[in-house]
Design a protein around this ligand. Sequence first.
Ligand code: FMN
Length: 179
Amino acid sequence: MDNLHELLVNRRSIRRYTDEPIDPEQVRLILEAGLLAPTSKSSRSWQFIAVEDKEMLERLSQCKPAGAAPIGKCTLAVVVAGDPSASEPWIEDASVAAAYMQLQAADLGLGSCWIQVRGRFAADNTPSDEYVSELLGIPENYPVLCILTFGHKNEERRPQAIDKLLWEKVHIGSWKPIE
Ligand SMILES: Cc1cc2nc3c(=O)[nH]c(=O)nc-3n(C[C@H](O)[C@H](O)[C@H](O)COP(=O)(O)O)c2cc1C
């Protein structure tokens, strides 16, 4: 897509994927998008763990009882972790990088979905971030924010409805109470 606005309107969370693997060059471009993201004080406080192994994806999908199923269906997951000792706003750093990777994937015509990990719990009440870190050997001081799922789309989603955007949440000049 050669128009950013068009890409933003058409990007939707995709939770179903075909079995077709993502081209390695496209995987590289997605990860590179994360590395290109801006960070507070240029701290680059994030860490990205790319996972393609089917069995590991299946295990990661158990990180919480609801909302994590796309991990078991995708062909690539990128676990996004941060380093609070490198950047107090590590969550913001990691979130911007995650969004960049999702937008790069959309530009490549691939589907993606953000799966929230931070603050969530597995079925046995283990914090989801601990569950993921244990599986992948992520050190304790690199908390996991989210898992991004990527793959070739196996569902069609309508573009965003431009006429339903919440313009009442935009305040010009100063806060205007919502009527
Ligand atoms: C911080 C954040 C957490 C999210 N967590 C999940 C999740 O755990 N599971 C999931 O299926 N989708 C998750 N999503 C995707 C949202 O559900 C989705 O972006 C929202 O419904 C709007 O739909 P759209 O992305 O198609 O425009 C998350 C998105 C964000 C930004």
